[in-house]
Design a protein around this ligand. Structure first.
Ligand code: G3P
Ligand code: MG
Length: 233
């Protein structure tokens, strides 16, 4: 069974620093986070970068699709408080240096699931030492998850969903998943017990209230994504 820490820093520690930036991951490490989650997509020139949205507007001083700009163009933008959009290589380097495990969420633009998985996982495999806990790879995108099975079969995968669908068993089998990651709002006690009884680990996102986190752990959730991980210690 997959072993995870009870709290995973969501987009780093994004309650305290601009989400998915090196400052956010450094803050997560400062707070004592054992693991962080982040979102990976491709720049126009095919470089895996860490950024949540498919457009620039919410998190930078620019507008328009992220995937239409090269890495050099993206690097000129302000991602908040003077931070830049980090590459996957930069984020993995920081996590390795600070001893944090990682959940790489593949967040491809429509139609780029396989390409995103290939670029991200080949890069990650070249950087991530085999004596460290393997990255957990998750995605809402079925093409990306399928490609992850082929490219890095030994790295654990998480079926990422908003609500656990009725066909969760088939999907978990199809993508040889070790985990199911679901929005906490939709997690009934019976769903959690069915999933965990099957040998899969359950994760819930995004929970920032300690009382809610406690209730979910009691229900059998293994790990909780949190924007302010220190609130849940
Ligand atoms: O992987 C858990 C969570 O990050 C999924 O949703 O939108 O925050 O990437 P989102
Ligand atoms: Mg995410």
């Amino acid at each position: 069974m997959l072993h995870l820490p009870p709290v995973i820093g969501h987009r780093g520690a994004c309650a305290y620093a601009p989400e998915n930036t090196l400052a956010s991951f450094a803050k997560a490490a400062d707070l004592g986070c054992a693991m962080v989650e982040f979102d990976v997509r491709l720049s126009a020139d095919g470089v895996p970068i860490v950024f949540h949205d498919d457009t620039l507007q919410r998190r930078t001083n620019a507008r328009g699709p992220v995937g239409a700009r090269t890495l050099a163009e993206l690097k000129r933008l302000d991602a908040g408080q003077g931070e830049t959009i980090p590459t996957l290589a930069e984020v993995l380097g920081l996590c390795l240096a600070r001893g944090m495990a990682v959940n790489v969420e593949l967040k491809p633009d429509r139609g780029t699931g396989c390409a995103t998985a290939k670029a991200a996982l080949e890069l990650a495999a070249s950087l991530w030492p085999s004596d460290r806990p393997a990255p957990l790879i998750s995605s809402f995108d079925r093409d990306a998850l399928g490609a992850a099975c082929e490219i890095m079969p030994a790295w654990p995968r998480g079926l990422l969903v908003e609500r656990v669908p009725p066909q969760w068993r088939q999907l978990a089998e199809q993508f040889r998943c070790s985990a199911v990651c679901a929005h906490h709002r939709w997690l009934s006690a019976s769903t959690v017990s069915a999933v965990t009884a099957s040998g899969l680990v359950m994760l819930a996102y995004t929970v920032n209230r300690p009382g809610r986190a406690k209730a979910l752990w009691k229900r059998g959730i293994s790990a909780i994504f949190c924007d302010a991980p220190d609130r849940l210690w």
